[in-house]
Design a protein around this ligand. Sequence first.
Ligand code: MRU
Length: 350
Amino acid sequence: MRVPTLEWRDGALILLDQTLLPEQVEFVACRDVETVARAIEELKVRGAPAIGVAAAFGVVLAAQATGSPSAGAVRDAAVAAIGRLARTRPTAVNLFWALARMEARLDANTGAAGTEATAALLDEARCIDEEDRQICRRLGAHGATLLGTDVCVMTHCNAGALATVDYGTALGVIYAAQEQGKRVRVYSDETRPLLQGSRLTAWELSQAGIDVTVICDSMAAAVMRQERPDCVIVGADRVAANGDVANKIGTYGLAVLAREHRVPFYVAAPVSTLDVGLASGELIPIEERRPEEVTAAWGRRTAPTGVRVFNPAFDVTPARLVSAIISEQGIARPPYGPVLQAWAAASRAS
Ligand code: MRU
């Protein structure tokens, strides 16, 4: 039984506080939209799909809090909540995708009473939550076909159950392979500055009984040369129409290393992570975070006071370094443009 990443319970959104892992397993109960927005900003909940689902429930909390039978009051509160949540983190497109779905559901209920509109919003958030579970399973099954019976996989950051409602994308591929009886060993980059690889990926893979070894980001090149992993699998925060991939800072470097060592580099992402309206990765907004995450994140200073810091949370890997993109709809190989457009169109039609 996995520890749930997020759950809607008794009219509140319960989040596993990922900033406390791996030392403490504690939950935050969000009863208003501001608490959800701050949890997203502070990475209590993080990972592109999980951010989208949490935001959807955040809109429900705002609607619910009006306690009003007036449709206008519910609408005003939901629209304000969507605006607040959209300002939390700019890179993961799943956030904007989920908020757009909530807005569309609100629009479809303009004639309804306030209580009905609130119920419709809750239904939409629950659908997004449930779809995410199913999508990760389908994605995992497709991805597992790329893995042999005894494989070594490198990954970066956390694209697992903790980054989704359940199961994960990159790690979902690993779970699916394990469920098929394959033997999978994983090297997890620690992922500076916030250590999602060592704190989160190593934690959840260990809980699932998967053989995981943590390495510092700076060790990836040596491990690739000496250990010859069979592939790299990472998640994504946004994939542009041409297949360029925004993901956690350090992903691009890993892709360059994989090319040099002839290791296949796979990206696992649901169709909700595609942004086919953006021609290339250069147009993806990259979040910059506080300097203190680099200079003083873990209880002591690791750089002199006042030193200049550059702290982008994501980078863009050019499509030419990506061997395949795995989604719930299948596996795309270069050139990515036509397949990604077809996947996005199929998902809009369903
Ligand atoms: O800053 P984070 O922890 O939200 O970054 C997460 C990542 O970069 C993940 O790889 C990405 O969101 C994919 S999650 C399935």
